[in-house]
Write a protein that binds this ligand. Structure first.
Ligand code: ZN
Length: 319
């Protein structure tokens, strides 16, 4: 989730997508389910259950699976939200694990611990806490969305534990959570310090960095217009094989929509490390990613990797 102000976020997404249809083709054709007949099956690396933002209705495990059926989403990663900055209500790991137990073929649980959590036993104590979740089925760590710099020592303590347990880290970055500065030197230091470990980027600060010439303010927003040369993302994707990208939310949709000629080339050259995601978190939510991806002219093998293959490989799932 990119912003605490959902209506503002929706407005910004709509603005970013000017000229593009927001609704799936089937919905425009009169199909009330919004189901698409093309695209997919997808593995969605970014969904939530429970209540996320005040004012929104909750998503139950059943309603998430029903929505997945309507949109050709074969499997979805369920991400807990456990930091006070992450959402209005906390969604605990235990709930994601329980949902996945009920729908083992469809839901994939991640686990999360806030880096400021109190624990005893030092690094081993923290490791044992995360391992308990791994033993219960957690396939990754996230949504890591805490109000600290991305390279803060408390964040690194968790990365060390995740590296030991081989748990990919899905992080949110903006100017409040997982913070960095233009050019993303903080993220680069993390990628360098954990060279064999996958980090999956998401959020306004991450996707704004597809473009060069950013201000600090841009890292918390949804920049529009043509992508300028010198973006940190291409530099980091070139330099660090452990960087992955989660195309979910208004930030991912905005990055795809703002400069379609650029997006098309970006998706092809980063085809091995981009992951389809939605950030579905409330009933009736519009998800522009379906239409945006369907509207790009991509080689079938690139589409298959982004829509499901990369996630299956990274998380050890059946595609
Ligand atoms: Zn999210």
């Amino acid at each position: 989730m990119g912003s605490s102000a959902c209506s503002r976020r929706q407005f910004l997404i709509r603005s970013a997508l000017t000229g593009l249809a927001l609704e799936p083709a089937a919905a425009r054709a009169g199909d009330p389910s919004g189901a698409r007949s093309t695209g997919g099956p997808y593995i969605d690396v970014h969904t939530h259950i429970g209540r996320t933002w005040n004012g929104d209705q909750p998503v139950s495990a059943e309603s998430l699976v029903k929505w997945m059926d309507e949109h050709r989403v074969a499997k979805a990663v369920v991400l807990p939200l456990v930091s006070p900055e992450s959402s209005s209500y906390l969604n605990l790991t235990e709930r994601a694990i329980e949902a996945a137990r009920r729908f083992p073929d469809r839901l994939v649980p991640f686990c999360c611990i806030d880096p400021r959590t109190s624990y005893g036993g030092g690094r081993a104590g923290l490791g044992a806490m995360v391992k308990e979740y791994v033993d219960q089925g957690a396939k990754g760590f996230g949504e890591h969305k805490a109000g600290l710099p991305i390279g803060h020592p408390k964040m690194r303590a968790l990365y060390e534990v995740c590296e030991d347990l081989r748990l990919p880290v899905l992080f949110h970055m903006d100017n409040l959570r997982g913070t960095d500065v233009p050019g993303l030197p903080g993220l680069e230091s993390v990628l360098k310090a954990f060279p064999g470990h996958p980090f999956i980027g998401h959020g306004p600060g991450f996707w704004a960095s597809i473009s060069g010439e950013l201000t600090a303010r841009d890292l918390g927003g949804y920049p529009r217009g043509p992508v300028k040369a010198g973006g940190a993302l291409d530099r980091l994707f070139d330099g660090y094989r452990n960087l992955w990208g989660d195309l979910s939310a208004g930030s991912g949709a905005g990055a795809l929509a703002r400069d379609r000629a650029f997006s098309q080339r970006f998706l092809v050259r980063r085809a091995d490390r981009l992951l389809f995601g939605t950030d579905y978190l409330k009933p009736g939510q519009q998800v522009p990613q379906f239409e945006l991806l369907a509207g790009l002219d991509l080689p079938p093998e690139v589409r298959a990797k982004i829509e499901r293959g990369n996630a299956a490989k990274l998380l050890g799932l059946e595609a």
